[in-house]
Design a protein around this ligand. Sequence first.
Ligand code: NI
Length: 219
Amino acid sequence: MNPQIKKRLLRTALLSLAALAVGAVIAFAQIAAERNPSAAETPAVMKIAGADIGGPFTLEGTNEKTVTEKNFEGKFKLIYFGFTYCPAICPTELQKITKVLKRMEAEKPDLATRLQPLFITVDPERDTPQVVGEYVKLFHPRLIGLTGSPEQIETVKKSYRIFSAKVQQEGMNDYTVDHSSFIYLMDPENELAGIYRTEDNVDMIFDDVRKQMIAIDTP
Ligand code: NI
């Protein structure tokens, strides 16, 4: 087999495996919800308990200052991992986050102020604090872009179960980055409260975020 094709197949397989792992967690949560009818009333943080996605992080903000989860004390977070050179999926998912936030600001301003959108790069080599800072401005003024040292990015990727791999483009000096694509909703305790996939639309995400925020706020 052509080594290029072999490499591409291997990458596709790895990405599928990473998606399967998170997919299994979602499926498990859905099965748990069906078995327990009252689970519909319980926040997803309960349903996805044991998923072990998320946790504290230490990264670099657009002003080159250290940013940790403590900077967002008491806030829910919508977190997306990607890279600024991404041609299609990252912009689409960040557009969705922007639309969810705008709708929240219009319909539930009290919740909107407690919802912090974050974009974390998986390409710290090119996505410097300045590059990330300029990029997030294209979406929503409240979207915060985060980067860090390669070690910091590896650590946060691991705790949020994000797979990414640099891919050298044939005949070009540039590279692209294959990466898993999930929007995570984290609660103020940094526990996972929701996972949204590329096939989930703005209405679905908005409804679920609002539901989870209200459920977790009023136990
Ligand atoms: Ni992307």
